[in-house]
Write a protein that binds this ligand. Sequence first.
Ligand code: SF4
Length: 331
Amino acid sequence: MNPILKVNDISKHYHQPKQSFFDKAIVTKAVHKVSFELKEGEAFGLVGESGCGKSTTGQMLLQLIKQTSGTIFYKGEDVSKFSRQQMKAWRKQVQIVFQDPFSSLNPIKTIEWILEEPLIIHRIGNKQTRKQKILDTLADVGLDESYLTHYPHELSGGQRQRIAIASAIILDPEFIVIDEGVSALDVSVQAQILNLLKSIQQKYRLTYLFISHDLNIVQYFCDRIAIMYFGEIVELGTASEIGNDPKHPYTQALFSAIPSLEDDREIIVLSGDVPSHANPPSGCAFHTRCKFAEARCRTEKPKLNSIGEHRTVSCHLYEKEEGRNAIRRTV
Ligand code: SF4
């Protein structure tokens, strides 16, 4: 499959204002040198604790916020070099679904108005063809004509998320970022929305970036997964590879925290909090919480090592020894 999106070393750094002339400048690295590719038609999961930079990464991909450095290529074209007109045309191809549809849907407008607005902005069809498109899209998300006159507050959480999805697909996009799209829903409704997203992915031939803190859901929904910690990708691979054999100690801890009926499973409890961006740790950012940390981890930052055809891990435990094509050690 061809990459629809290629991300090279993107970073988002925020410079904190100095309190006094003598203070050291503080730079918060919300995202630091993240690289990956999204293949056409795949669901790619971005997972990590809150504050790890996954939502910032998603928003940079859509250029809702600009990266500090690095490049993003969409179908081979550098999006930062798009003209105004190209950017407007591209905006039609890429969409986002947020966690809380209540805040992303205009509360004083009807569902018909909300769904017609993007068609009007992009000058698509006339009143009659737009109405038909709205009805077809509503049917695709499992709702009927009776919802047209409703307001968002009159709908349940699941229905509102269906409208948010309808609003994302009404322009026939190619790529959608789903940012914690089911996290605010009840478990039974989560399953319905995930199934809906799967079915419209096939019908509309969509590529998804699925952002979530819930590894269980991501493993079920996605083809490949990248695990983020403290603004960086620490492990990347197919959902089955990572699910069956997580390598990075942080990924292992995340998987061990998923509830299971297996009694003999070791639950890895991470001690300590995610480090502060204002005072980042030296070496591996995970060393303050890692039970395998050794002296080197405190001073030397691990590289992203390839440990399989499509698999990478950022950890000294998986480094190849100089001159030999072998993994030094496995956990
Ligand atoms: Fe743990 Fe060291 Fe690997 Fe970091 S590099 S995850 S501290 S073993």
